[in-house]
Design a protein around this ligand. Structure first.
Ligand code: SF4
Length: 309
């Protein structure tokens, strides 16, 4: 049985290739409570930086994976909450660099980058992937529901300051939701912010997976492409990761449940992420549905599975 507490994957990531996830804060401990979050409705919202997970224990797990011949394109600090809330994020990145040449990525909502210590920690990573889903205070409050002490101007200023300080790649994700942040004024405002932040990449995402709030709807592919053109900066719509690139070691019902605890997945996601045969995944998923452990949810033409609440 897998006894790891802080690692998941490697899983195919749309942005980072094959990615070993490192989870250093408890489930949905975050500075925000986004409407599109896949981690459930209620965030433990905080701005307190502290040691949520003992970094030495996290490093024991990473070291053991590396010794077992880890193959991954990135080691990604992200997971089930906001990783910059961990006070020893910078130290963790440095220690991973001592163990391996696999690049370290940090996925963050970016809302703490106005803090000098958070910028210094993130600057140790090989690539940083922050988010910007709104170009104005009101949309920020509606869509991202940040902690009351984060205001929009401070948030964008943090991203700009990080850009000035960090010479490495910044890949900015913009999450678009139908009827919330895609009208022409919203896109114009987001573009103005991107012009200031000057990220290396702009990557557009939308709600293709089930979200905490069922009313959140995905933006149609054609419209996503139009918005990418409007935003400029070579903005790209993030495509699904090709399943063929994976094929790493085995898995079973526990691995499937573990992966679904991180995010809703289709059978194909599970197959490619866990390196299992499709018919085996299908059989286990059917069993888990019948026994009430997971439930299906349809999104467009695809069916995703998630743990039953
Ligand atoms: S920033 Fe990420 S983890 Fe936090 S609420 Fe938003 S989507 Fe969920």
């Amino acid at each position: 049985m897998n006894k790891e507490k802080y690692l998941f994957g490697p899983v195919p990531s749309r942005r980072l290739g094959l990615s070993l996830g490192v989870d250093i804060v408890p489930l949905k401990t975050c500075t925000q409570n986004c409407l599109y979050c896949q981690l459930g409705l209620d965030a433990t919202q905080t701005l307190e930086r502290k040691i949520y997970a003992p970094i030495n224990d996290v490093l024991v797990e990473i070291r053991s994976r590396i010794q077992a011949g880890l193959k991954a394109d990135h080691i990604t600090i992200s997971g089930s909450g906001e990783p910059t809330l961990h006070r020893e994020l910078g130290r963790l990145i440095d220690e991973i660099h001592r163990l391996t040449s696999i690049p370290v990525a940090v996925i963050t909502n970016g809302s703490l980058l106005w803090r000098q210590d958070v910028r210094a920690d993130c600057a140790r990573a090989d690539v940083v992937l922050p988010s910007l889903d709104a170009g104005d205070e009101q949309t920020f409050r509606t869509l991202n529901q940040p902690h009351k002490d984060i205001d929009f101007a401070k948030f964008v200023e943090g991203l700009c300051q990080f850009r000035m300080q960090y010479p490495g790649p910044i890949w900015l994700e913009v999450f678009l939701c139908q009827d919330i942040n895609i009208d022409s004024k919203s896109i114009e405002n987001i573009k103005k912010c991107i012009d200031r932040i000057k990220p290396n990449k702009v990557q557009l995402n939308t709600a293709v997976r089930p979200t905490a709030h069922a009313h959140i709807r995905a933006v149609e592919p054609g419209l996503m492409a139009d918005i990418a053109r409007q935003l400029g900066h070579g903005a790209e719509v993030i495509a699904d990761f090709p399943a063929e690139k994976t094929g790493l070691g085995g898995g079973d019902a526990l691995s499937i449940l573990e992966m679904l605890r991180r995010r809703p997945c289709s059978v194909e996601d599970l197959r490619s992420g866990l390196g299992m045969r499709r018919e085996i995944v299908q059989k286990i998923v059917t069993h888990l549905v019948h026994t009430g452990q997971i439930m299906p949810e349809n999104r467009g033409e695809k069916t995703y599975y998630k743990p039953t609440p």
